[in-house]
Structure formats: structure tokens, C-alpha cells
Design a protein. Structure first.
Length: 276
């Protein structure tokens, strides 16, 4: 079933397990919110774990929409009006591909992924079912523990629940996550299974990245702040799979903190896209 997207509204997309079509008896729902349709260049924004598209991008969308057709994607498990859970980045990437094939001619100028959204953004480009010209990965935290990824994700899921409840926030400061970011970006309705799956998916990503052949078809930028050293480590590994591009370091910033500075965010995105 094809559903025409409405600018400023919501699109619910039905897709198959095959990335090249959106018609199937097995349906996966994903919402896309569109702004600035009059602009020629298109950027898709994919948010991170335990937040929503509106919380993450509410500050940057108005500025971006002045020059770009902006599409904000809502990951499964992060919408209070849905009963879904996040499964993995592969599932999310299939939905993004289906949307791009159906409504954007299978091509997009930029995909920006924040934190967990990096997994979907990276896989969408690397799977090569659609043409992603530029990718920006913000906060590529390398949490890989090898064979311990699964049990560690169970623990992380419990820990995530405590954070949602307002406990142990002191620990997040070690990763550069500030109290201001928690207040503005934290989505309290996330489930335990989504937390566990997301932590496992993020940790497993770097095992997959290490096995990827270098892909030159998309330009890639890794963004990270000086207060999030694990992201710098992850960026080095990802650069081996995507050699084409450059990274940007934001002095004094923590994990995803650039989203609280919309002018600086838009300027950095524009510099990267225009630098060929």
C-alpha cells in the first residue's frame, strides 16, 4: 500500500522484507515527518536512543527547513502513540530504504544519525539499495565487548531503566551527557526490550564495521565532542569502512550536545555538504 506523504504531517510506511518494494503482507510501520518541501536538497534526520524525533530535532528543523527539504524519521520503540519496540538497525534501514525508493527516487543528499540513529544511517548507505550522497554520524560510541555484548546489553537495559527513573544520572556525565540534555531530550516511555535491543545493536555495530570492505560511494563525516572520548574511538573504526569524507570535533561538547545549538549544527552540516 502506498501512502502519499504530507508535508508537516506524518507518513506511515508499509514495507516488505525486500528493500526494493514497499508492498507486503508483513508490514513494519515507521513515521516520517516532513518540512520545507519547496527546497531541492533533502536531509533525513534519525534520532538516538531514549528520545524522540521532536525532542531531538525541534530546535534544528526550523533553521534547516529554510534551505533543505527535511525528513525526520521516528525509530521504532520511540513513539508514545505506537506499541512497537526497536529490534535492530537492519529493520530500521529497510524502512528508510522503502521510503526513499517510494518517495525520493531512491536518492537523498544527506542522512544525519544521532547516537543510536548512526546504526540505521550507516546501514542504509552501506547496503546500497538507495543512493545516499552524504552521511553524518553524530556520537558513534564504540561499546563493543565481543562475546559479552548480549549479557552486557541485559545489564545496560536495567541501567537504562534506572536513568529513565531519574537514578544514576551521575554516571552519564562520564560520557559527556549533561543534565540539560537529559531534561530536554529524554523520552520516558521507552520499554526495557527496546533499551536492551538498542544497546546490543549499538555494541554489535563495530563488529560488523570491522568486516566491511571500504565503500567510497557515500561521503561520511563523524561528529563528536571533546567530552565524549568513546565516540572518537568509534569514528576511527568507521573511517576504515567509509574512507571518503572528514570528521568534525566540537570543543567542549558532550554526546549529542550539538543538537542544542541549532545555528552551529546547521553551519557544520552545510560546510560538510558543500565541501566536495
Amino acid at each position: 500500500m502506498h501512502i502519499k506523504p504530507e508535508i508537516g504531517g506524518t507518513l506511515i510506511l508499509s514495507i516488505t522484507q525486500k528493500p526494493s518494494t514497499i508492498e507486503s503482507k508483513e508490514q513494519i510501520e515507521m513515521k516520517f515527518h516532513e518540512f520545507g518541501s519547496q527546497n531541492q536538497r533533502t536531509v533525513m534526520l534519525i534520532h538516538g536512543l531514549a528520545t524522540t524525533w521532536k525532542m531531538s530535532f525541534g530546535l534544528v528543523i526550523p533553521l534547516l527547513a529554510e534551505h533543505y527539504h527535511v525528513i525526520a524519521a521516528g525509530l521504532d520503540g520511540h513513539d508514545p502513540d505506537e506499541g512497537t519496540d526497536y529490534i535492530n538497525g537492519e529493520t530500521e534501514a529497510e524502512q528508510v530504504e522503502a521510503y526513499l525508493l517510494a518517495y525520493q527516487g531512491g536518492c537523498i543528499d544527506v542522512i544525519y544519525g544521532a547516537s543510536l540513529g548512526c546504526v540505521t544511517a550507516l546501514l542504509t548507505a552501506y547496503r546500497r539499495h538507495v543512493n545516499v550522497k552524504n552521511i553524518i554520524l553524530d556520537g558513534t560510541v564504540d561499546m563493543s565487548l565481543g562475546i559479552l555484548n548480549r549479557p552486557a546489553s541485559k545489564i545496560a537495559g536495567w541501567f537504562g531503566e534506572q536513568v529513565i527513573k531519574g537514578k544514576m544520572n551521575w554516571f552519564l556525565k562520564l560520557g559527556g551527557i549533561t543534565p540539560e540534555m537529559l531534561d530536554k531530550l529524554l523520552y520516558p516511555g521507552i520499554s526495557r526490550i527496546t533499551l536492551e535491543n538498542a544497546f546490543y545493536d549499538g555494541a554489535s555495530l563495530f563488529n560488523r564495521v570491522s568486516q566491511m570492505e571500504p565503500y567510497w560511494g557515500s561521503r561520511l563525516a563523524c561528529w563528536y565532542g571533546t567530552r565524549e572520548k568513546p565516540a572518537a574511538k568509534g569514528a576511527k573504526k568507521i573511517r576504515q569502512a567509509f574512507p571518503n569524507g572528514e570528521d568534525t570535533l566540537f570543543p567542549g561538547f558532550g554526546h549529542g550536545e550539538i543538537l542544542l545549538h541549532p545555528k552551529q549544527f546547521c553551519e557544520a552540516l552545510e560546510r560538510f555538504v558543500n565541501r566536495t
